[in-house]
Design a binder for this molecule. Structure first.
Ligand SMILES: [Zn+2]
Ligand SMILES: [Zn+2]
Length: 347
């Protein structure tokens, strides 16, 4: 099969012929129909992810068709149209038994712990517990766009922060996670303050329903501005980028008893950012993490999409070929482009 392979971190990947995967007993092989290009792929390629072993094939936001099934798989068969969360569970640990596959002790993450979906085929382990059926009316590009940023935002807002109608949410960073959060917040009936440093992303944020779009470059006291626009602070705030500054601002801009959700990854030298703990104590703030979403939690999100309440297709930006995905991947560090880039041609 053709796959995007890198032999060394930060060295340009190449589209190369590699052996087709074959499924181990608990796995399936999927013919990839679409694969999103994500900043996490860029972090992996930069060498920020200790799970990655070289040579490596990136790609973790995928949808496609099952083409081969291991002998122990009971729920899936060839021809099924499927997608999956970017964090898959092992199916055997305490967390998986509790239904918390997103924090599994032995995670399977295509494109990180194993070869991913910048390829014609990908093998997915523990398939019975990790695959999600794609609704008949949904195309693979839309389904692939759910797997990481959209589903993570959904879990962050709906399950972790428990964002409610009538509340204010501040969204720090309007990349894939942030724009997803805006769509989901609007569908829940919340009002949004969007923050970024890129005018094109802020225009997109406003188009998706943000009431206020603030360019942090132009505003000397961003926390004050968010508090002014939200009548004293946001009920919920999300660091959708993953940076010490956005993390700090996200906590600091909350009203009393507000909830901060950290979704953007803090990697390399930024793993332990400063947090305004004085504000956390005085305001009884809650600090929450959110890491993917379990396959069994997808139906609630899929129902909102099928009903038209949520339109993830609005976040899809460019569609590229596997060959073009190399440029898309290596340029992710420059925050290039608005919306999600999806690989949809692999031959
Ligand atoms: Zn991703
Ligand atoms: Zn597990």
């Amino acid at each position: 099969m053709r796959a995007v392979v890198y032999e060394a971190f930060q060295e340009r990947p190449a589209v190369t012929a590699v052996p087709d995967p074959s499924p181990r007993p608990d796995a399936v092989v999927i013919r990839v129909g679409a694969s999103g290009v994500c900043r996490s792929d860029w972090h992996g390629w930069m060498g920020h992810d200790p799970d990655i072993r070289l040579p490596h094939v990136p790609g973790h936001e995928l949808a496609g068709e099952v083409v081969a099934v291991g002998r122990d798989v009971s729920r899936w068969r060839a021809g099924d149209r499927v997608t999956l969360p970017f964090v898959c569970g092992c199916g055997a640990c305490r967390e998986c038994a509790a239904g918390e596959q997103q924090v599994c002790d032995h995670q399977f993450q295509p494109g990180f712990t194993h070869w991913g979906s910048f390829a014609e085929y990908v093998a997915i382990h523990a398939a019975d517990g990790n695959l999600v059926r794609v609704p008949a009316a949904m195309d693979f590009v839309t389904a692939a766009s759910l797997g990481c940023r959209f589903a993570t935002s959904f879990r962050a807002l709906v399950h972790q922060a428990e964002l409610r109608s009538g509340e204010w949410i501040a969204v720090h960073g309007c990349g894939g996670v942030g724009l997803s959060a805006i769509l989901i917040a609007r569908a829940l009936g919340a009002s949004v303050v969007a923050v970024d440093i890129d005018e094109a992303k802020l225009r997109m944020a406003a188009a998706l329903g943000a009431s206020v779009a603030l360019n942090a470059r132009d505003i000397p006291d961003l926390v004050r501005a968010v508090k002014d626009h939200t009548g004293g602070g946001a009920h919920v705030s999300i660091d959708a980028l993953g940076h010490p500054t956005t993390c700090f601002n996200s906590v600091q801009c909350l009203r009393k008893r507000g909830r901060h959700v950290q979704v953007g990854l803090l990697l390399a030298g930024e793993r332990h950012p400063p947090i305004p703990m004085d504000a956390v104590i005085a305001g009884e703030l809650r600090i929450l993490g959110s890491h993917g979403m379990q396959a069994h939690a997808y139906p609630e999100m899929l129902r909102m999409i099928e009903s038209g309440a949520l339109e993830p297709g609005r976040l899809v930006g460019r569609r590229v070929t596997l060959d073009e995905s190399v440029d898309a991947l290596v340029s992710m560090g420059e925050f290039a482009g608005v919306g999600v880039t999806v690989v949809d041609r692999f031959g």
